[in-house]
Every structure is written in C-alpha cells, then in structure tokens.
Design a protein around this ligand. Structure first.
Ligand code: ATP
Ligand code: MG
Length: 409
C-alpha cells in the first residue's frame, strides 16, 4: 500500500475548446509547483486529473497547500493496491481503525471493464465487509462516510480522504491585471478574485510615508506575501503618495480630496500597467459601501483611467467580503491598525455626488505629469514567491505592522 495524491482539475478547464491543452498545461504546472519540496512525484495523469506519489508524512502539508491551489477542483489521499478485492479489503481495514461512523457507502468506479466484478458488485461486497468490521449501516444517500474505489487495469485506488480545492483558473491564463491594494479588508479579496479568474496580478500600494508612518506599507507587504500563496510569484509596487496628497490638499476643494486621490491612484496604476504589460486595473470598490463609492463618485474616478477597471466585489456586501478575507487568510492582517494615506486627510464631509466638471477644473491647478513621474521614480518594488520562500527578517515581518507610532516614519 502506498500513499498517493489524486488531484482533480477545475471542471471549467475542460470547456476551453481549442485552448484546452494550454489551460490544462498551466494548471498542471501550477499544481506541481504548489507541491514543490513535499517530495510529491507525478506518477500518472489523465486529461483532468493528476496522480502523485507522496511520502506519507507529507500529506498534512500537501493538503494545506492544495486547498489554496487555483485550478484544483478537489483532491484526495488515496491508497493504491493490486486490483483485487482482498487487497482492497485489507486497505479498507487499515483505515477503518482510524475512524468512527454510523453510516457509510462505497462508490466503485471501474475503468477496467475486464475486471471480473461490476461496480455494483464491488460496492456490495466491500459494503458487506465494512459493515461486518464496524457494525455501521450502509446508507446510499447522506451517508456519514463515503469511500470511493477506482479499479484501473493494473491497480485499484481507494480514496481515504477528500477535500475541495478553491477551483478557479491557474494564474496567468487570462493575462495581467494591476490591482490596487490598500491596507483594508476589501482590496486583497478583490485581488484574489482576479487571480481566481486566471489573471496574473501585480499589486500596487500607495502609502503616505514619509509624511506619515510606514505602517500601511508593512501591512501591504504582509498581504502581498499572503497572496503569493495563490499565485506563487507576485510583485508589489510601493508608491509614495504624499506629494500627490500635499498638492491636492493645498490646491483643490476639500470635499473632493478623496475623489482626486483615487483619480491619481488610477493614473499612476495605469502607468505601472503599461510598464508591466497589463491590460486592466482592479480595485476593491463595492457599490454604495462608503461615501467614496457612490455611483457618481465611481463614475468620476473612473474617467481618469483609460484601461478597464475591474471591481470584482461590486455586488458583495461586507459580511460576504469578510468571510472570504478570512478564508484566504488576509483578514487578520487587514484589521491591524495603520495610517492609510486616504483616511487621515479625508474631509469630514466628502462629496457623495462628485461632478466631473468640478474635478477637471480642480486638476487644472495640479501638474499631473510631474506628480505621476515623481511617484513612479521613488517607488519600491518587492517580490514574493511561494512555496519555499525564506522567512522574512523580523524587522520586516513583525514589528512595524503593529508597533508604529503616528509619526515614527
Ligand atoms: P479597502 O478595504 O480595499 O481599503 P475600502 O472599502 O476601504 O476598501 P476605499 O478606501 O474607498 O474602500 O478604497 C477603494 C479602493 O481603492 C480599494 O479597495 C483599493 O482598491 C483602492 N485603494 C484605496 N486606497 C488605496 C491605497 N492606499 N493604495 C492602493 N489602493 C488603494
Ligand atoms: Mg480602504
């Protein structure tokens, strides 16, 4: 008996017509990369499934990784036996000792049609065996425990434990998108959703350092590091935004500040998109969530961009977004206190129905080209890879996120 890992690819990958081989190839490469360092070795493959040999002790780690591997529909720990009933019974008996259950079913799938028993016969015989060993009852619908048995020409596979994957398309199959990442809860979820649709995401964070502390920068780094888990390689552009803000604060109407910040963020992000070869931007806006996200304001902000701006959270509410942030592991980072560039200088009464004519007039007083160039010149770019990333040095990974004071930058 050996521990094997069966990985099923996301069903949508089968629907890609002529591009199907390309999508499947990327999905396989992504799965293999996710398992790097676990000792997993590819043993066999089918169009929509991969079978790896796995050292037994590597299963817990492989499981944690595959739960976050885009393009994976589900995966299972599998025992391989010779293709005969006695061997399957021995394998079942070994795993029965690990578990307790009142009802169960066996589901047999026979791809070797020369095997002397039909699928229902296999199910009946193995069912009787398990019943005798455990006293549990067979229940075809809603059983507490299900075992799937596959009979192949040279082996039988017994699925011992199955988990869902995240689904989605593997990174990069849909092209590149620049996602605007704040320190908040929404934008990491938006970036993740874009990744899940196969976009290769490049992150951009605007921070108020050195005008204010570097806290938001450290938070963005921690989030980027977490998001690397889904994409394996990710770049984060850290763009100083205080010069832009200073100009906006001094030269434009107070109520329009946030709308103007957002327009400049889109412009700078678009310049980065051009360098990166990205064809769209992404934000964590949701319709009507806060004053800056009324339809009028989104419209006026959007006019600053020429690329499409994707807002994958537009139809979600806070509860739904929070649940997803928790699931992808960005929530605990997002709720750490920080000094975000937009909130601190935000007016008490921001405009909720911004007018494009007012914005365009205000921007006549700003040297847009020079502000964009300055922000781009002073930006830092940080790269994260996963798995196999070296741990971050302490100073970067821990202290600054929580330990900064208001003016310690
Ligand atoms: P989030 O939780 O993502 O911050 P939010 O609900 O707080 O979202 P806003 O603060 O209005 O909403 O920001 C809307 C979107 O603008 C964010 O989701 C993000 O995509 C972008 N954004 C805001 N601030 C920044 C920033 N400092 N750097 C990069 N992008 C930003
Ligand atoms: Mg925010």
């Amino acid at each position: 008996m050996e521990t094997l890992l069966l990985v099923n690819l996301f069903h949508e990958l089968a629907l890609k017509g002529g591009n199907r081989p390309f999508f499947l190839k990327r999905a396989k490469a992504h799965v293999k990369e996710a398992l790097k360092g676990t000792g997993a070795r590819l043993e066999a493959e089918w169009p929509m499934a991969l079978l790896f040999r796995l050292p037994q002790e590597a299963w817990p780690e492989a499981k944690e990784r595959l739960k976050d591997t885009l393009g994976v529909e589900g995966f299972a720990r599998v025992l391989r036996t010779p293709p005969d009933l006695k061997a399957l019974e021995a394998a079942l008996e070994a795993v029965l000792l690990e578990e307790r259950f009142q009802s169960f079913r066996i589901t047999a799938k026979r791809s070797d049609k020369t095997f002397p028993l039909t699928s229902p016969e296999i199910e009946r015989l193995l069912g009787a065996f398990v019943k005798e060993k455990t006293g549990a009852k067979v229940q075809l619908k809603g059983a507490e425990r299900e075992w799937v048995v596959r009979v192949l020409p040279n082996a039988a596979l017994l699925e011992v434990e199955r988990h869902p994957g995240p689904g989605g398309l593997p990174p990069g199959v849909s092209g590149k998108v620049v996602a605007l990442l704040s320190g908040g809860m929404d934008s990491p979820v938006a970036a993740y959703r874009l990744m899940r649709r196969g976009a290769k995401v490049v992150l951009v964070h605007f921070h108020p350092f050195p005008l204010l502390s570097g806290g938001s920068r450290e938070k963005a780094k921690a989030i980027a590091e977490r998001l690397a888990r889904f994409q394996h390689r990710i770049r984060l552009h850290l763009v100083p935004f205080s010069e832009v803000q200073r100009e906006i604060i001094v030269k434009t109407p107070k109520a329009y500040r946030v709308v103007l910040y957002r327009r400049y963020m889109l412009r700078i992000a678009e310049a980065i998109a051009q360098e990166e070869g990205a064809l769209a931007l992404g934000t964590g806006d949701s319709l009507g969530q806060v004053a800056s996200q009324t339809l009028e304001n989104l419209y006026v902000v959007n006019q600053a961009a020429t690329l499409p701006v994707f807002r994958p959270l537009v139809g979600l509410d806070k509860v739904e977004i929070k649940a997803e942030a928790e699931r992808i592991g960005t929530y605990p980072i997002s709720i750490l206190p920080d000094e975000e560039c937009c909130t601190l200088f935000a007016p008490k009464h921001p405009v909720t129905r911004a007018q494009l004519s007012v914005v365009l007039e205000a921007e006549r007083h700003l040297n847009t080209e020079a502000l964009i160039a300055l922000a781009l010149k002073d930006r830092e770019v940080v790269r994260y890879t996963w798995p196999g990333q070296k741990p971050l040095p302490k100073a970067q990974g821990e202290a600054p996120i929580m330990g900064h004071g208001p003016l310690d930058g």
